[in-house]
Design a protein around this ligand. Structure first.
Ligand SMILES: NC(=O)c1ccc[n+]([C@@H]2O[C@H](COP(=O)([O-])OP(=O)(O)OC[C@H]3O[C@@H](n4cnc5c(N)ncnc54)[C@H](OP(=O)(O)O)[C@@H]3O)[C@@H](O)[C@H]2O)c1
Length: 417
C-alpha cells in the first residue's frame, strides 16, 4: 500500500476539467471493521471516473456523521453488503467542493462550480423517482454510507442531482457541515409532521447533529421546543438556538429502557417516564404535538407516553438500539401516530438550503479538524463527546476560506469535548 503524504492533500495536480490518476482517501475495509479509530485508514487510491449523469467533485471540506460510525463498526450490518462490487468503503455523506469533471448528459453544472452535496442517490430509471419520491425507489442509497466514493477523500463521485449551490455566505467547512442532519430534520418536521407556529415539540439529543437543526426549525416556525441534553454546556447551546427550555436526561436515568427488565423494574421505569412527561408539559405549557426521535430503544417508550393524544412521534434512527418496545395501549387508545422518516429528497434539500442561504438557519460547528482527523472525529462522535457538527478540511488549506459574501456564518459551539 502506498504511503500517503498528508502535506499534499490540499493540492491537486490538475485544473478543473481534468482528473488526476490517484488521490488520498480514508478507507474502511471489511477485515478491519471495528472501533472507528482503527477501522479508518489512509490509502492512496484511484480517482473514480464519472458515468452518465455523474459528477466528480473536488472535496474542499467534509462533514462527519454518525452513519460512518456505524460503517466503521460494521453494525448493524456491514456496508459492504450495500456495495458488494467495491472492496473499499470511502465514507462521508456531507461535503462542500468544486465540480471537477462531468459525465455524459450533465448540462446544469460545469467544472469550477462551487457546490454542496445532498446524500440521496436513486436510479433515474426507477418510476418512484418520477412522481412518488426518490426515497421510495428500490435503487435508493445514501451516498458515502451505502455507496463508496464518499467525501473523506480528495475527490468524490456523485449523481448530478445531488448537487446544490454552495451558500456564498459560508466558508468551506461551514458549508460541509450541515446537509445530512439538517435536511433529515427538515423532512421530519416540515414535511412529515407539518410543523406549525404554536406547535409544542420534544427534541431528544437537541445538542447533537439532528437536534441543533430541529431546534432551529422549531424556533424559526414559531413552535415551542424542549430539548433533552446531558450537560449544562449542551443546555446553553440549545437555549441559544431558540429552545423554550431544556431537560438534563441525567436527572431521569431511571426512565431509559434497557431491555430484559423485571416487572418491578418496568413499574419503576414507567414512574420515571411519567415524571419526565410532566416536566416536558410544564416547560411547554402542555404535552408535545410532536416528539423528534432518533435515540430508539432507550427513549421510545417514553416518547409514545409523552406525546399528546393524536400527536406524532417521528423517528429516523436508533442510536441506543433498534428493537423498540412500548406499551401499545398508549398508542391506540390515544390515537397517536409513529412516522418513520429517512433523509430527504432533492427538492426538500434545496428548499432547506435556501434557509441557510438566507441566514435563517445556521450551521452549528463544534470543531474543524485537518484531514488527518477523520478517524479521531468518528471516535469522538461514537463516545458522544461532541456538540453540533464536526467538519474536516480536505482541499481547503485553512479555516475561514471560501466565503464570497458576508453573512452570519456558523454558530460556534466552543464548549464540551
Ligand atoms: N435516517 C436518517 O436519514 C438519519 C439521518 C441522520 C441521523 N440518523 C441517525 O440518528 C441518530 C442521531 O444522529 P445525530 O447526527 O443527531 O447524532 P449525534 O450528533 O451523536 O447526536 C445524537 C444525540 O443523541 C443523544 N443521545 C445519544 N445516546 C443517547 C441515549 N442513549 N439516550 C438519550 N440520548 C442519547 C446525545 O445527546 P445528549 O447526550 O446531550 O442527550 C447526542 O448528542 C444516529 O443513530 C444516526 O445514525 C439517521
Amino acid at each position: 500500500m502506498a504511503q500517503v503524504d498528508l502535506t499534499d492533500v490540499t493540492e491537486v495536480s490538475t485544473e478543473p476539467g481534468t482528473l488526476p490518476e490517484t488521490m488520498s482517501a480514508w478507507v474502511i475495509r471489511q477485515e478491519r471493521e471495528g472501533e472507528p479509530i482503527d477501522a479508518f485508514q489512509l490509502e492512496e487510491i484511484e480517482v473514480p471516473r464519472p458515468g452518465a449523469f455523474e459528477v466528480i467533485v473536488r472535496v474542499m471540506a467534509a462533514g462527519v456523521n454518525f452513519n460512518n460510525v456505524w460503517a466503521a463498526l460494521g453494525q448493524p450490518v456491514s456496508v459492504f453488503r450495500s456495495h458488494p462490487d467495491e472492496d473499499h468503503h470511502i465514507g462521508g455523506s456531507d461535503a462542500s467542493g468544486i465540480v471537477w469533471a462531468c459525465g455524459e448528459g450533465v448540462t446544469k453544472w460545469q467544472p469550477g462550480d462551487e457546490v454542496v452535496i445532498h446524500c440521496n442517490q436513486a436510479s433515474y430509471e426507477d418510476v418512484e423517482v418520477h412522481g412518488l419520491d426518490p426515497l421510495a425507489a428500490p435503487s435508493q442509497q445514501i451516498w458515502g454510507y451505502e455507496t463508496s466514493w464518499g467525501s473523506f477523500a480528495q475527490f468524490t463521485k456523485v449523481q448530478a442531482q445531488q448537487l446544490i449551490r454552495k451558500p456564498d455566505n459560508l466558508t468551506w467547512e461551514e458549508a460541509a457541515s450541515y446537509g445530512l442532519t439538517y435536511f433529515t430534520a427538515y423532512r421530519m418536521l416540515i414535511d412529515q409532521c407539518k410543523l406549525q407556529a404554536g406547535h409544542k415539540v420534544l427534541i431528544w439529543g437537541a445538542a447533537g447533529g439532528l437536534g441543533v437543526f430541529a431546534t432551529q426549525l422549531c424556533a424559526g416556525a414559531g413552535a415551542k421546543a424542549v430539548g433533552v441534553v446531558s450537560s449544562t454546556e449542551k443546555a446553553q447551546l440549545v437555549e441559544q438556538l431558540g429552545a423554550t427550555g431544556t431537560i438534563d436526561r441525567n436527572e431521569y436515568r431511571g426512565m431509559m429502557r434497557r431491555g430484559g427488565e423485571s416487572a418491578e423494574e418496568e413499574k419503576a421505569r414507567f414512574k420515571e417516564s411519567r415524571r419526565f412527561s410532566k416536566a416536558v408539559a410544564e416547560i411547554l405549557g402542555g404535552p408535545p404535538d410532536i416528539v423528534f426521535e432518533h435515540v430508539g430503544q432507550a427513549t421510545f417508550p417514553t416518547s409514545v407516553l409523552t406525546v399528546k393524544p393524536f400527536g406524532k412521534v417521528v423517528i429516523c434512527g436508533a442510536t441506543s438500539g433498534f428493537n423498540l418496545d412500548f406499551d401499545v395501549r398508549y398508542l391506540w387508545m390515544r390515537q397517536k401516530q409513529i412516522i418513520g422518516s429517512h433523509f430527504a429528497n432533492a427538492w426538500e434539500a434545496t428548499k432547506a438550503n435556501e434557509l441557510i442561504e438566507q441566514g435563517l438557519i445556521r450551521p452549528v460547528l463544534w470543531r474543524t479538524m485537518g484531514f488527518e482527523g477523520v478517524a479521531e472525529a468518528h471516535q469522538l462522535m461514537r463516545e458522544n463527546k461532541h456538540l453540533g457538527k464536526i467538519s474536516i478540511l480536505v482541499g481547503a488549506e485553512a479555516e475561514g476560506l471560501g466565503r464570497g459574501v458576508e453573512g452570519p456564518g456558523a454558530i460556534r459551539a466552543e464548549v464540551g469535548g
